[in-house]
Design a protein around this ligand. Structure first.
Ligand SMILES: [Zn+2]
Length: 442
């Protein structure tokens, strides 16, 4: 029993202790060490090495390959295939389809629409406006209606102009029935003409009528009374393009468009017609009044021409009177007015006759071109007077001229004024060359 107990105790204790200690120590230590070492080393090595390698290899190789290959292929394909195809297709489609469509559809449509719109609208408007306005203004107004005897009208306008030493003025008085509804006094520049004053009065009367509220006047009829025949005639005369005539015609056309019926009537001046007397008085007041502001100062062309001509004539007259060389000419034209009135055509022969310069042997001798001035008839001095009045070699021409005139003798002044035609014929019938050459032959 003891032995049994002992062995049991020993085994139990020993085995227990040993195994436990050993196994524990060994296994724990060894396995731990092993696992630790192995796992650590292996995993580290493996994972680090493998994964690194893998990633390296994979990424490097794969991506490189992939990217290089794929992208290259893709880009290549895309660029080479897609783009040309696209561009080809697109451009073809675009060019073939769009442009013809554009050309065939858009342009004709555009042109059609544009031209239609342009021509229809613009041209129509232009023609309408221009032609209408123009015709209305210039052709319509040519038919200025004139009445011989005063007739009933809603409005009666009396106009008058006045020009005197004191100045130029225009007067207007307008009646509605027998009531004065307007009167106007206008001052013109002192160089303006009487006809301008008459026309300005008419224009102002029309302007006042145009400013009236037409709905208040029924029927819209007006008669313009003037004592100036010249004013009415200058409105009638389509060749008269003076400023006031044109403006007055335009105003008449304007009134016509506004359905005013305008007529003109000439009245005798100073015949105790109430309206005419009033207009005359107003015009004279305007002409006389030096304080009034000048409303109109367009000088007529005729005045400018006349003034220029008068000035030129005065200068010419001064030169004429003092000239030493015009003695021969003054016998034919004592003053510049005589010369200006003359219609004698200046041929070389006529110029020689009128000035005494040229065409005679006396003239040539005077300038030492020849020594002797002997005429072919034997007279020793061939002057212009000798040829015109005394030379027997020209007796045919002299007699024809004297017969033409009838009474003889007459002055050179009369040749150039009363007998211009006969005198010209006479002078032009003289062969001045021949009468010199005859002399040289003898
Ligand atoms: Zn002679």
């Amino acid at each position: 029993m003891y032995e049994h107990t002992y062995i049991y105790t020993y085994i139990y204790t020993y085995v227990h202790t040993y195994v436990r200690t050993y196994v524990r120590t060994y296994i724990h230590s060894h396995i731990r060490t092993y696992i630790h070492t192995y796992v650590h080393t292996y995993v580290r090595t493996y994972i680090h090495s493998y994964i690194r390698t893998y990633i390296h290899t994979y990424i490097h190789t794969y991506l490189r390959t992939y990217i290089h290959t794929y992208l290259r292929t893709y880009i290549h394909t895309y660029v080479h295939t897609y783009i040309p195809t696209y561009v080809h297709t697109y451009l073809r489609t675009y060019i073939h389809t769009y442009i013809p469509t554009y050309i065939h559809t858009y342009i004709p449509t555009y042109i059609h629409t544009y031209v239609r719109t342009y021509i229809h609208t613009y041209v129509r408007t232009y023609i309408h406006t221009y032609v209408h306005t123009y015709i209305h203004t210039y052709i319509h107004t040519v038919t200025i209606k004139e009445i011989d005897t005063p007739e009933e009208s809603t409005i009666s306008a009396y106009t008058d102009g006045s020009k005197s030493e004191e100045g130029v003025g225009a007067g207007v008085v307008i009646y509605y029935g027998s009531n004065t509804i307007a009167s106007l006094k206008v001052k013109l520049g002192y160089r303006c003409s009487n006809n301008q004053a008459e026309l300005l009065a008419i224009y102002k009367a029309l302007e006042i009528i145009n400013s009236l509220n037409k709905d208040r006047f029924n029927p819209q009829t007006a008669v313009i009374y003037t004592d100036s025949r010249v004013a009415i005639d200058s409105l009638h005369n389509i060749n008269n393009h003076s400023y006031l005539a044109e403006e007055t015609r335009k105003m008449i056309a304007n009134l016509d468009r506004r359905e005013w019926k305008i007529k003109f009537s000439w009245v005798k001046a100073h015949a105790s017609i109430r309206g005419n007397e009033t207009a005359d008085r107003i015009a004279k007041e305007a002409a006389r009044n030096t304080d009034m502001k000048c409303d109109f100062n367009k000088i007529p062309k005729s005045t400018i021409y006349r003034e220029a001509e008068e000035e030129a004539m005065q200068k010419w007259q001064r030169d004429w009177a003092t000239s030493q060389n015009a003695a021969a000419t003054r016998q034919y034209f004592p003053t510049i007015q005589h010369r200006a009135r003359s219609k004698i055509k200046l041929t070389p022969k006529m110029t020689a006759v009128l000035t005494g310069h040229g065409m005679t042997k006396a003239y040539l001798q005077r300038f030492h071109l020849i020594e002797e001035a002997t005429c072919s008839c034997g007279d020793e001095y061939q002057s212009m007077d000798h040829l015109l009045f005394h030379c027997p070699n020209l007796s045919t021409q002299q007699e024809a001229f004297q017969q033409h005139i009838g009474t003889w003798p007459v002055s050179k002044e009369d040749f150039a004024s009363k007998h211009q035609k006969g005198f010209s014929d006479f002078v032009n019938a003289i062969d001045f060359d021949d009468i010199q050459q005859t002399d040289q032959q003898t």
